[in-house]
Write a protein that binds this ligand. Sequence first.
Ligand code: UD1
Length: 345
Amino acid sequence: MSKGKILVTGGTGFIGSHTTVELQNAGYEVVIIDNLSNSNADVVDGIERITGIRPVFVEGDCTDIDTLHRLFKENPGITGIINFAASKAVGESVQKPILYYRNNLNILLNLLDLMPVYGVKGFVFSSSCTVYGEPDQNPITEAAPTKKATSPYGATKQICEGIIADVVRSGSPIKAILLRYFNPIGAHPTAEIGELPNGVPQNLVPFLTQTAMGIRKELSVFGNDYNTPDGSCIRDFINVVDLAKAHVAALDRMLEDKSDEALEVFNIGTGEGLSVLQLIDAFQRATGVEVPHKIVGRREGDIEQIWADPKRANEVLGWHAETSIEDTMRSAWKWQQRLRERGIM
Ligand code: UD1
């Protein structure tokens, strides 16, 4: 029996596609809307190959409220929304701030506006540990103060969190959960879906796997003079399938009324900090493949070190990161190899 119908915005993207798989595995029906600005429709085939179920796919833009009205009318009975749809490149956001504010804020406002109209009860928002800025101490808890964002992208996450809080406080009949992701990496173990960045990857793991494949000559490690044990930055790398499962737990919690709180916030990370150099090492150990790399200067705007205290998510959501870093690295490599087999990269 279906547990209900969920709208996944940005559902053909990296995290959205993995979450769609886990929602279907958990017994939810999924309607995806995506404008394919940073993904393609073939992802729906990958989801179907894994789960045996084809999600409803609407190609459309959530900034267009008429498109959303049509979607809700054609797909009655949606009880929850997971909002992944957003622009997410930090560097680009510095170049094109208006695009970032317009896109990320309008998508959110449209969805929040329509939820009561169509009787949608639960909302999960993709937030980021970027809202914390440089932590005063690690691991960081949800109670830590947010600091001034270092990019328009980060600012949109903070503003969106604030908008959701205001809407909930205004008495809107909705519940919301903000999930603050740390660094999502890896791919589905079947390699049917994974991360496919446009152009030269900005994030560490896609650049690393492309270098291992020979597509890039060398991975640049941005800085080895940080105040960390090996001098490189420290992050909390969270497996994307584990991360996807946190969304299912969040929806279950809201839709089954397990909490009286209308708004909750959870860190979604492993609780372990790993340096950039340690991650490269983990990849090499797990796959046996060398990654040519060199140390270069620091990247502007980088945080020195941040990792999660995921205790709230562990205890309240009953969610834990489960996958080892080695398995995660192997999944990322298998995905990169699959892209080669398919002639994509
Ligand atoms: C970044 C964003 C974060 C966002 C996330 C989404 C910043 C400050 N943060 O996280 O808000 O949610 O992307 O994707 O930009 N690195 C290298 N060489 C590379 C690439 C990265 O050494 O070629 C290092 C970086 O300096 C950093 C670490 O690897 O120390 C992780 O980088 P990345 O994968 O880009 O993620 P974040 O910067 O942590």
